[in-house]
Each structure stands twice: as C-alpha cells, then as structure tokens.
Design a protein around this ligand. Structure first.
Ligand code: CU
Length: 311
C-alpha cells in the first residue's frame, strides 16, 4: 500500500510536474505549440454550435464524488462532451481526466510519477472539473478523444485515498454535445485572468481560453464575509484540504476548469453566480529555484483575481 507521506509528495510532484511543463512552455513556446498540434484532432478553438437548451443536462455525463470514490459511467463517446460534476462528500474534490497511453495502468502512471517523471510518458491531461466544495455542482464542456482515461482528484492525499475512476472513450460516431452560448470569455493568460466583461448575477457560462504559451487552470472560490485574498492563500496553503473543512472557511470552492496539454482547446464552465465576491486562482506550481525554498504557484505571479458579482 502507498503511504500517506508518499501521497503528499506525489501530490506536490504532480503540481510541480504540471508547472514544469508550463515552465518549459514558456521557454520553448514554438516547440510546444508544435507539440500541441501533434495530438490535436481539431487544433482550432471549438466554436459554439448552438444555444444551450434547458434539457441539455439530461444527457450530460455525470461524475459524482463521495469521499470514497467517483460514481460515473465507465464509457463515454468521443467528441465535445457536457460533464456535470457534483460533490456529495464532506471533503473538497475535483475530477480531472487523464488519458493514458496504451498499456499504462493508473498504478504504472503513479509509479512513473513517484520515480520522477515530469509527465509520465505518453499520458495527457484532458482538463476536468476544478476544486468543488461539498454540496456544490459545476458543469463543464470539454473535448475527449478515443482511448483509456482515468478520473483523478489531486486534492491533498486523494490521489491515493480516492480510487481513480477508469473511463473508456470510444469513437462511436456520437454527435458533439452542443457547446453552450457564453456570457463571458475568460482568458487564462501568462499570468493573469482576463475577463471580457463583468459576470452578472444568475446562471452564467464562461468560455475559457488559454492563449499560451503556458498551461493554466481555473479554480473559483466564493469568499465568505470579509475574507481577503491573503486569507484565502493562507488557508489554501496551510490547511489539509484532504479532510472535511472545519467551518468557517474563508471561502468555498465553486468548481473550475483543470489544465489540459492541448491549450488550443476551449472549455466552458456553467454555474450560478449569486451576488458576492469571488476569487479566481491558478495554483499550478512553479519549479523551485532552490529545493529548500518556498513553493511558488502561478497565483504568486499574479494569477489570482477578485471578481465581484453585483446584485
Ligand atoms: Cu496558471
């Protein structure tokens, strides 16, 4: 069995690995852009194809997190897919899709990560739903290609305590799920969040673009009371989020959009924004200049932004 200390280390390595990828992207933009194209079945940004109907979620692929496992089907059609993620546990969870190369099991993936692989060879991040507090629900749209995947929660020790959910994506000719019509465009730039207009009260769709060259992720927190960005960052860094949070917390995780290797792909997020203060963060880690030095994240470079939703 894997020990808890290993899992802590693994989670850190994972965050670091993704950030190292981002770092390489920053240094080798042209090469990375070429690489991204190599596995993109459709390298151009996905264009919204139709307006979302009220019944669209009836056919969505549903992933439910409890504190012990993911509940979801094990088969999904290739193409643009509407995914509903619900957290019915008492702990914070996320649901990221990782495409495994032929013959690689989740155990082999984590063994490669433990052995120091920056990215276990051939495995690709395919985005997913970001950190989501107990009782919260978020909808996302992402594109999947045929192959074998696992759904992973990277929160704290969960890569070990929450079993990976295996998922086969099949090319069965199913039509793409219609992309929702966006209310706002959010660009995950290096290293800031750019919104093209304010987010208004109500159910809203964010079209999430990554102009590059770095990979990024989005987590949305709804701030409680007078909590500040510093309170959020302190809580995020210092608390053990693998456990149920003792209330009150400075903020509640409202879902997000995980990183993906193919940054050309657009994602969509839909959730209800009630009036209040929200904070958008990207907590992908930066490589340490000194192994004993502090762990920095993209948030430390400016990827943290307060977003107010007016009444
Ligand atoms: Cu980032």
């Amino acid at each position: 069995m894997t020990s808890a200390p290993f899992l802590d280390t693994l989670g850190l390595m994972r965050m670091l690995a993704t950030a190292q990828g981002a770092w390489k992207h920053s240094l080798l933009a042209a090469a990375v852009l070429g690489c991204a194209c190599a596995f993109a079945s459709g390298a151009s940004p996905d264009a919204p194809k139709s307006k979302t109907s009220a019944s669209a979620s009836a056919s969505a692929f549903k992933i439910v997190a409890t504190d012990g496992l993911f509940e979801a089907p094990h088969r999904l059609s290739a193409g643009l897919r509407h995914i509903v993620f619900e957290n019915r546990g008492r702990q914070m969870h996320e649901a990221m899709l990782i495409k495994l190369p032929d013959g690689m099991t989740p155990a082999a993936y984590f063994a490669a990560a433990k052995a120091g692989a920056t990215f276990p060879e051939g495995a690709l991040d395919y985005s997913g739903a970001g950190l989501t507090a107990p009782g919260e629900r978020v909808e996302i749209w992402l594109r999947v290609d045929p192959g074998e995947y696992m759904v992973v929660c990277w929160n704290g020790k969960h890569p070990g305590s929450v079993p990976q959910h295996l998922l086969t994506v099949v090319a069965d000719g199913a039509a793409d799920d219609p992309a929702p019509r966006e209310d706002v465009v959010l660009r995950l730039a290096d290293f800031r969040f750019e919104l093209d207009r304010p987010i208004e009260n109500g159910q809203r769709v964010l079209r999430v673009e990554t102009p590059g060259p770095s990979m990024h992720e989005l987590d949305i927190f709804r701030m409680r009371g007078e909590a500040t960005l510093a309170d959020l960052e302190r809580w995020y860094k210092e608390e053990d989020h693998a456990l149920a949070h003792a209330k009150p917390t400075p903020a509640d995780a409202m879902g997000g959009v995980s990183d993906q290797h193919d940054i050309h792909r657009v994602g969509w997020l839909r959730r209800t924004f009630t009036p209040g203060r929200y904070v958008f963060t990207c907590h992908l880690s930066l490589p340490k200049a000194d192994k004993d030095g502090p762990q920095m994240s993209h948030a430390d470079l400016g990827m943290i932004r307060e977003v107010v939703v007016a009444p």
